[in-house]
Design a protein around this ligand. Structure first.
Ligand code: XUL
Length: 532
């Protein structure tokens, strides 16, 4: 027992606006947390929200040295707070997905012999060929996306192989842009890292491999063979395979910690570095999603995370390799019309009151007497469409619903869409499936009841503040356990669980079965009518 509470595991999260750390002990209890805010703690880099939005409005970058300096500050803060580094058994972490870091020729040597008397920021000043790293908010690479899709035979072909069609923020397209516009910098580059593998490299004192899960967000990796696709590499930039090196499983122990941290912070020599991954994969670990589970985050935008065994990549949505089980996959689906649309309908149909909104849900029948509504106030991501569409039980267009019908149509429509899209990607509800709900609207039981009824599964709520960071502390624990053959679920079994919120209403399945089919049909119909 003493061994369990005596050991610490660290999870770092290099996110867009801040660097965070969570320490847990061997009983998976959080013992320490800290963070560094880029804008306020590092004002010299003049970022807003951790990024620089360039004059063209579409180029978005972050200074790579800001991330390095943030790590110096965070570790100093932990020292001042009395954190006992000597007990740390393993570290892991996550980074905002898709962003890329360009290490200059010779940087590997520098990483391998860091002087513990100096800060990382000073030591790594000259290690980057590109100072301003492109990040996920960048949308300047439309032309490179077209080229990449063309090179592999189209959007669906690229999706079939890499799990996603070409996206502007995805790393291949960012690398292609750097090669095209800054060829000298590209040629000076010895290694290209993702934000996650860059951060792991700092701890390892050597270049860290890109992990399969974050590597799936690049439009470069074949998610089935887990190797770089030659066609994608060639279409992106020359000599790319050697600049990326081979990806590795997300649960890999990459090696022992760099002597720099042993000497400077008193961390143990045998402390291990477990592969870092993307923040969304990190969150899946933090939520402890299991096979058959679905997590629904109901925020400004709605996001769905799925655990999938046999994925069917579609041009809408992303399939990534699963960060905690290398035989599985995870899918991510993003919706733009989330809370803002729910608030608009609440304002228009429930006098701005969530209570009245809930009353309307409780007093209207499951299945809304066959009425279906599709509400895309802003151009939706999944699917790409805009406008408000209402249908009666015979699929006839209607121009308005009563307020009560409108409220239920919105909530049912949003959840029917999520189930239809999830199943298109290969998701299946199985015995024991849980729906994990998070985000603002997850505190409304009447909304959760509809969610539970549409998925015919119990809904649990979880606190996901810092889920990526916590998930990576769990992954640090699992990295060591995996070497002894233990699964992630077994390794983190003792962690605090999710709270049961609601169970499906008996009979709901019968009502929603036909509605799911109709929703899929009606969405297709809208897309056909509105596509140019
Ligand atoms: C996912 C994505 C964002 C970033 C944010 O595809 O682009 O969620 O990972 O950190």
């Amino acid at each position: 027992m003493a061994e369990l509470t005596d050991s610490y595991y660290l999870g770092f999260d290099f996110s867009t606006q801040q660097l965070k750390v969570i320490a847990i002990d061997g009983k998976l209890q959080v013992t320490h947390q800290s963070n560094v805010q880029f804008d306020s703690d590092l004002p010299e880099f003049r970022t807003q929200g951790g990024v620089h939005i360039h004059e063209d409005r579409v180029t978005v970058t972050s200074p790579v040295l800001m991330w390095v300096k943030a790590l110096d500050i965070l570790l100093e803060k932990m020292t001042s707070a009395g954190f006992d580094f000597s007990r740390v058994k393993a570290v892991s972490g996550s980074g905002q997905q898709h962003g890329s870091v360009y290490w200059k020729k010779g940087a590997r040597k520098t990483l391998q012999c860091l002087d513990p008397g100096r800060c990382l920021h000073g030591l790594l000043q000259d290690c980057f060929a590109v100072q301003d790293s492109p990040v996920w908010m960048d949308s300047s690479t439309a032309e490179h996306c077209k080229n990449l899709e063309c090179a592999v035979g189209g959007a669906q072909q690229l999706t079939d192989m890499t799990g996603s069609r070409a996206y502007e923020r995805f790393t291949a397209n960012q690398i292609a842009k750097i090669y095209q516009l800054q060829q000298d910098r590209y040629n000076e580059t010895e290694r290209i890292s993702l934000v996650s593998s860059f951060a792991a490299s700092l701890f390892l004192g050597d270049y860290a491999a890109i992990d399969y899960s974050d590597g799936s967000g690049m439009n470069l990796m074949d998610i089935f063979s887990k190797q770089w696709s030659d066609t994608c590499l060639r279409a992106t930039a020359p000599q790319l395979a050697e600049k990326l090196a081979n990806p590795k499983s997300s649960t890999t122990v990459l090696g022992s910690l760099s002597p720099y941290f042993v000497k400077r912070y008193g961390m143990p020599e045998d402390c291990k570095v477990v592969a870092f991954t993307g923040d969304n994969p990190g969150s899946l670990a933090g939520m402890r999603l299991r096979e058959g589970d679905i997590a629904v985050s109901l925020g400004t935008s709605d996001t769905v995370f799925l655990w999938i065994k046999e994925p069917r990549p579609m041009v809408e949505g992303h399939i990534f390799c699963n960060p905690v089980d290398c035989l599985s996959y995870m899918a991510l689906i993003c919706y733009k019309n989330g809370s803002l649309t729910r608030e608009r309908i609440r304002n228009e149909c429930a006098r701005g009151s969530w209570e009245d909104f809930s009353t309307a849900l409780r007093s209207s029948p499951t299945g809304n007497n066959g009425n279906i509504g599709i509400y895309f106030d802003a151009v939706e991501i999944t699917p790409s469409a805009v406008g408000i569409y209402r249908f009666d039980q015979h699929d006839r267009n209607v121009s308005a619903f009563t307020p009560e019908v409108e409220i239920r149509a919105l909530v049912e429509g949003q959840f029917l869409a999520k189930r239809v899209h999830a199943e298109k990607l290969g998701y299946r509800i199985i015995q024991g499936t849980r729906v994990l709900a998070t985000g603002g609207a997850s505190c409304n039981k009447d909304i959760l009841q509809v969610l539970s009824d549409v998925f015919n599964a119990p809904v649990f709520t979880i606190d996901v503040a810092n889920s990526a960071c916590l998930g990576c502390a769990y992954r640090a624990v699992h990295g060591l356990a995996a070497e002894m053959g233990m699964s992630f679920a077994e390794a983190v079994n003792e962690a605090p669980g999710a709270q049961l919120a609601v169970r499906p209403t008996p009979g709901a399945e019968k009502v929603y079965g036909p509605l799911l089919k109709r929703y899929a049909y009606l969405e297709e119909k809208i897309l056909k009518q509105t596509s140019p």
